[in-house]
Design a protein around this ligand. Structure first.
Ligand SMILES: Cc1cc2nc3c(=O)[nH]c(=O)nc-3n(C[C@H](O)[C@H](O)[C@H](O)COP(=O)(O)O)c2cc1C
Length: 367
């Protein structure tokens, strides 16, 4: 009944044992708890886990690939995941928040004059000037770092790298944020130059390494997402990425509107349906024959199987569903799909936990 879902697939040189991928999910958990959660998900039978938001540049926030301690953290993750016959991919990201601009908000946040939900719009307002004024020297430093960090990712034992097409790649791509007048702004080709150079930098250093691109699509009518690429621009962007060396695509709604849009709850006014972002996969499909991974509210095995079987997508990524029930794939394979704890997309303790800085949990968790 679930032949396609459970069948293997090749992404470049990589063979996935089935079609289910744990979507990039930053968890904000203490390290031990995080390792345990990732291990549970790997043991639950999915083919690959994508580790969200791995910084491309050296950083003192979070885990840096460039420090001994940070590198050891990523190495440990790859060991844990491989133990369970699961593959692991690192999502390389470069933030588009202006760190210097953020400093002025720290007193307001500490004194609670600025609420966490008020901070996001303040930071978003700085994205356009930050992107538009970044020097070409800094741009080159960042795009080169995509290549350097990918080399470290491979050394740490990751099987694949994903370029985060939101954040800085997405902001450069978007005419909403990118108001540059040089070779990185203006025409669609110019706006896409940053992302294409990031992919090319990885390909130049690692000729055979699989590269996934998280392609963030924004839409008008109704307006959702400010970063990323419009449907009308995909015909330019997708072939450029393919030529630069991308192996596969992971397609989602672009960011920088509201996290409740890219991680939509069941009562979302527009993206409440299961498979809510798959229409963006259909749009991308017009311009490539490379494998496409869909994401967005996927929960029911029957629905997922149908999308895979029809060839609409080649892989299915889930974030909240595998947080709710890490054993999703094992249960499907054992003929126990009726025992899955279905994610109801309430966003209470996953997105809610992240927003409240309590770490990502689920209403099904005991504590
Ligand atoms: C708590 C949480 C953290 C997330 N962190 C990331 C991240 O680091 N990078 C990313 O690209 N997407 C991130 N996402 C988005 C997911 O990868 C996914 O696109 C989105 O949740 C929709 O899929 P779902 O309906 O299966 O949850 C996160 C989602 C959640 C719920």
């Amino acid at each position: 009944m679930f032949e396609t879902l459970l069948s293997p697939i090749e992404l470049g040189s990589l063979k996935l044992k089935n079609r289910i991928i744990f979507a990039p999910t930053s968890m904000g958990l203490p390290e031990d708890e995080y390792f345990k959660k990732i291990e549970d998900i790997a043991a639950g039978g999915c083919a690959m886990i994508i580790i969200g938001d791995v910084p491309v540049l050296p950083t003192s926030f979070g885990h840096s690939l460039y420090s001994k301690k940070g590198f050891a953290h990523y190495q440990k993750l790859t060991e844990i995941v491989h133990r369970h016959g699961c593959l692991i991919c690192a999502q390389l990201h470069q933030s588009d928040s202006n760190l210097k601009g953020m400093i002025k908000y720290i007193p307001g946040v500490l004194s609670k004059k600025i609420k966490p939900q008020e901070l996001r719009p303040l930071l978003n307002a700085q994205v356009a000037p930050y992107i538009s004024n970044l020097t070409v020297k800094k741009i080159k430093k960042i795009t080169t770092a995509f290549g350097d960090s990918a080399v470290l990712v491979q050394k740490a034992g990751f099987d694949m790298v994903q370029v985060h097409g939101d954040r800085m790649c997405g902001s450069f791509s978007s005419a909403v944020f990118n108001q540059r007048t040089d070779a990185y702004g203006g025409s669609a080709e110019n706006r896409f130059r940053f992302a294409v150079e990031a992919v090319s930098a990885i390909r130049a250093k690692l000729p055979d390494y699989p590269i996934d691109y998280k392609l963030a699509v924004r839409q008008e009518e109704p307006h959702y997402g400010n970063a990323g690429v419009l449907n009308e621009e995909l015909g330019i962007f997708v072939p450029l990425l393919e030529k630069a060396g991308v192996t596969s695509f992971h397609v989602a709604l672009a960011n920088h509107s509201n996290l409740q849009d890219t991680i939509p709850g069941a009562k979302h006014p527009y993206f409440s349906e299961e498979g809510c972002f798959l229409k963006f996969c259909d749009q991308v499909r017009q311009y490539t024959s490379l494998p496409i991974c869909g994401v967005g509210g996927l929960v029911h095995p029957e629905f997922v199987e149908q999308q895979l079987k029809e060839g609409r997508i080649q892989c299915a990524a889930m974030s909240r569903q595998l947080v709710a029930d890490s054993q999703w794939v094992n249960k499907v394979a054992a003929g126990e799909a009726d025992k899955i704890h279905l994610c109801i997309r309430c966003n209470k303790r996953c997105l809610g936990g992240m927003m409240e800085h309590k770490g990502v949990h689920c209403i099904y968790d005991r504590k």
